[in-house]
Design a protein around this ligand. Structure first.
Ligand SMILES: Cc1ncc(COP(=O)(O)O)c(C=O)c1O
Length: 443
């Protein structure tokens, strides 16, 4: 018998019935609307970790039976990962890292080794993880956003033309972790390739929510490089993925050197190992890979198209309910219902985002994120914060940080949860004065 008939997949997730204390002294079932930060694990992923622990052993170095089993799982996993994202076996290399941030840092180090100079086109809607690693290595320019916060493709083409073959990479997010906007990655790939560049897609917010296909290397729409984090796809055991051309990854020495990265070492000679070993220094995270594999199995059996449709249903429902409140500020994303993942940024007029987030947690046991979501340049543009104001903020003269409250849904969230949250929001909006006093700004 299913515990929650409104969404059977809820039963696949750990912690959906966890109760947390709220202000009136009672305990309530936690509502997690912060899946863009990290998701709870699939129960099967936790079980997999426990089962696999019977077989867990050192990989690549040991000769025992358990080492062989562990090595086999680890090595064979790369094909499953490539199949999941439409990568090409034999041409694309899967490198395991800790998370998307480490993947992008690694990619930027490789690019620096190989290309030395040139331009990286990032965008104003990137997470800091797809901006800062490129700075100080290359000349970084940013593709603009339009008045609605969407990427300006004309500006992208203008910049590709202007840099005249010098753009080494267009580094773009698959979906924004602030607005949920999905970028037209295949159109961007076409443009990047047309002007002799390559494309990297930060898939942190894309891979858990909808299907992706890196496409064949001969296609103008081919995605050259892709990164994502397992902890955002129900497998929080410390693994991330970087995928890209073996021919490019093979061109540079490893950025981390040590055990596992070499073939031959003498006191004055080093022959590096082949890919992917060259790029995976030290003892690999086999448990993390086992978790990722199970999560890929689960996501594939539920179906990425289904997840995409279901989450869009949630986001449209929530948006429609929230838009009835004159005091709730939403953004224009409803004009592109198909062009988005399950994220809603908002603010309640007259309340700071930190107050709203605290009230939701303390009064309703509702977990959200608030602030700038590691995307400060994007928030500054969306909120039209002037350079003068930023100067004052840098000097420390303006305290309360700008930002939004963010709802981000996962495949296990329900319409009933949205109703509960909307009920509390309605109470907050009606009793703003009371809540402002109860939750004073702490800046
Ligand atoms: C779009 C985007 N890129 C990169 C990251 C960084 O991911 P991680 O913290 O797993 O490295 C995040 C995290 O929220 C993200 O939303």
């Amino acid at each position: 018998m299913l515990a929650n008939v409104s969404n059977p997949y809820r039963n696949y997730i750990a912690g959906v019935s966890t109760k947390v204390p709220v202000k009136d002294g009672s305990w309530t079932t936690y509502i997690n609307f912060d899946n863009a930060a990290t998701t709870p694990p699939f129960i099967s992923v936790v079980n997999k970790i426990v089962d696999f622990s019977q077989w867990y052993s050192s990989i690549h170095r040991g000769t025992g039976y358990k080492s062989k089993i562990s090595s086999e799982i680890y090595d064979n996993s790369r094909k499953a990962v490539l199949d999941f994202v439409g990568g090409t076996c034999g041409k694309d290399c899967v490198i395991y890292v800790k998370n998307t941030t480490e993947a992008i840092n690694k990619l930027s180090n490789m690019f620096k080794e190989i290309y030395k100079t040139g331009v990286i086109l990032s965008t104003f809607m990137e997470h800091h993880s797809n901006d800062l690693p490129w700075r100080n290595k290359f000349y970084v320019d940013y593709v603009n956003i339009d008045q609605n916060g969407k990427l300006d493709l004309e500006d992208l083409e203008r910049k590709l033309k202007r840099y005249n073959g010098e753009v080494r990479l267009v580094a773009v997010t698959g979906a924004s972790n602030v607005t949920g906007y999905k970028n037209p990655i295949y159109e961007i790939a076409r443009l990047a390739h047309k002007y002799g560049s390559k494309i990297f897609v930060d898939g942190a917010q894309l891979i858990p929510h909808c299907p992706i296909d890196m496409k064949d290397h001969s296609s103008p729409e081919h995605i050259d490089f892709l990164a994502f984090s397992a902890h955002k796809m129900y497998a929080p055991f410390g693994i991330g993925v970087l995928i890209g051309h073996s021919s490019i990854f093979g061109k540079c020495p490893p950025d981390y050197k040590g055990g596992g990265t070499i073939d031959i070492v003498t006191p004055d000679y080093v022959k590096w190992a082949e890919l992917p070993d060259k790029e995976e220094a030290g003892t690999p995270n086999v448990m993390g890979v086992a978790a990722l594999l199970e999560s890929i199995n689960m996501l594939s059996s539920i179906g990425m198209e289904f997840i995409d449709r279901y989450e869009k249903g949630l986001v449209n429902y929530a948006y429609n309910r929230l838009s009835k409140f004159a005091d709730i500020e939403l953004y224009d994303f409803h004009k592109w219902p198909d062009d988005r993942v399950s994220i809603i940024p908002f603010n309640i007029k007259g309340l700071h985002h930190s107050q709203t987030a605290r009230i939701l947690s303390d009064e309703g046991g509702i977990g959200v994120r608030n602030g700038c979501f590691c995307a400060q340049p994007y928030i500054q543009k969306l909120l039209k914060i002037s350079d003068e104001e930023m100067e004052e903020r840098i000097k420390g003269n303006v305290k309360n940080p700008p930002g939004f409250v963010r709802f981000s849904f996962g495949l296990y969230n329900t319409y009933e949860e949205i109703d509960k949250v909307v009920k509390l929001l309605s109470k907050i909006v009606k009793n703003k004065e009371h809540y402002t006093k109860e939750y004073p700004l702490d800046y």
